[in-house]
Design a protein around this ligand. Structure first.
Ligand code: FAD
Length: 402
């Protein structure tokens, strides 16, 4: 069996290992268009490579994928984060989990992963050809012809692991095989709030906020960072990923509602004030915030609702207390535009999963053609989930190829 793997990235290498592990006699060649192998692995995780996430339940793991999670759930029962940890450990690479669940090699260097892959490829007799862009895949009666710039080669099976593309044109050559492409769109971005006063608080972090996207059911919890252009931080990034398609359809003009305290109702917030009132009733409101909130944010919100910061708590009218609770729990901001990270840029979109048999990663449209990694319409939030999807889909494609 002659197997061609298109793409020398994370998914391409992992597919190749899996083919050789399960089909010893197969001849496997990786074709990489550039002169660099595993280039994204190298720069990933700030040079440390966030290999996976310490989440060892397939169903929980699948919840970190705004697109593709449902489809990946079953795939994770074949190869999940625990299998990744074991796979690397068996090859002498230990992974460690950080407090937030991200897993890195104990060396804190992505080069460890790259060295491990090169060693494994050599051990498994995998042929690697760089500077070999595949320009066309031609289906034959039996197998496929791969066309390169000035030559062509025949193979029995193909695994496409060419990664994502920020432009639709990057997928045209795969579309020609009959596949449908979900249009690529940015998935992780921050929110622009031109003209909003909140920007005077730039650099400030509110740790425990919940951000809701108005007009949807989407809400995300976590730190919110105020920037000089608007808002960022984990809660905003998660919302951008889960709302990517909706936000693009609205041309990135939308409203968010922020609960700065992540307290469920006015009643609960009122009870907290009542509990603390005895101790603070004679204090200036500006100096006695009954909640865990950075003081600069507290002062900003007091000013926003027009409460005199020098007034004392027992002078606060019921009307003003309600106004205060409303802004703490339902503060509304208008977003006009987005800012994407220059490098840490994940796109959603790619080959539609309804056209893929997730049990084998084989195309439903072209027999003997398989897909793995970011070329598929799968994307995860940050934290090692994108590589995990590459390991899982690569492993399954390589195993089930026959
Ligand atoms: C800066 C940065 C940091 C990241 N950090 C993390 C992280 O820490 N953890 C995490 O989980 N995810 C991270 N990601 C996302 C992760 O890198 C990707 O999800 C992952 O690399 C996808 O692997 P892949 O093999 O599918 O695609 P890629 O890594 O993009 O590899 C595809 C390869 O195919 C080649 N190719 C494309 N077309 C052709 C062709 N026609 N012929 C031959 N070769 C071709 C490309 O040159 C490329 O080498 C990061 C991404 C970026 C950009």
């Amino acid at each position: 069996m002659r197997v061609a793997i298109i793409g020398g990235g994370a998914a391409g290498f992992f597919s190749a290992f899996s083919v050789k592990e399960h089909h010893r006699n197969a001849s496997v060649t990786i074709f990489e268009k550039s002169n660099k192998l595993l280039s994204k692995v190298k720069i990933s995780g700030g040079g440390r490579c966030n290999v996976t996430h310490a989440c060892f339940s397939p169903s929980k793991l699948s919840k970190s994928y705004p697109r593709g999670g449902k489809h990946l759930k079953k795939s994770f029962s074949v190869f999940q984060a625990q299998d990744t940890v074991e796979w690397f450990s068996q090859r002498g690479v230990e992974l460690k989990a950080e407090e937030d669940g991200r897993m890195f090699p104990t060396t804190d260097s992505s080069q460890t992963i790259i060295d491990c892959f090169h060693k494994e490829a050599a051990n498994k007799n995998i042929t690697i050809t760089v500077q070999s862009p595949v320009t066309k895949i031609v289906k034959e009666k039996e197998g496929y012809t791969l066309q390169f710039e000035s030559r062509s080669e025949q193979f029995d099976k193909i695994i496409v692991a060419t990664g994502g593309s920020p432009k639709m044109s990057g997928f045209y050559w795969l579309q020609k095989l009959g596949h449908t492409i979900s249009p690529p769109l940015p998935s992780l971005f921050t929110f622009n709030m031109p003209g909003d006063q909140i920007k005077i608080l730039m650099g400030l972090v509110v740790e425990n906020a919940t951000v809701h996207l108005q007009g949807t059911k989407l809400s995300h919890h976590g730190p919110v960072l105020i920037t000089h252009w608007g808002m960022s931080g984990p809660a905003i990034l998660k919302l951008s990923a889960w709302g990517a398609r909706h936000l693009a359809e609205n041309n990135y003009n939308f409203k968010i509602q922020i609960n700065w305290l992540s307290i469920k109702s006015d009643e609960v917030a009122n009870e907290i004030i009542e509990e603390k009132l005895l101790a603070i009733r004679k204090k200036k409101i500006s100096n006695a915030c009954p909640f865990e909130l950075p003081n600069r944010m507290w002062l900003f919100l007091l000013e926003k609702v027009g409460i005199d910061p020098d007034s004392v708590w027992h002078e606060l009218s019921k009307k003003n207390r309600n106004k205060l609770l409303n802004i703490l729990l339902n503060d509304i901001y208008e977003v006009k535009g987005k800012t994407t990270f220059k490098e840490e840029f994940v796109t959603c979109g790619g080959i539609k999963l309804s056209e893929i048999k997730m049990t084998s990663m084989e195309s439903r449209i072209c027999k003997d053609l398989y897909f793995a990694g970011e070329v598929l319409d799968i994307d995860g939030i940050t934290g090692g989930f994108n590589f995990q999807a590459a390991w899982t889909t690569g492993y399954i494609a390589g195993k089930l190829i026959e």
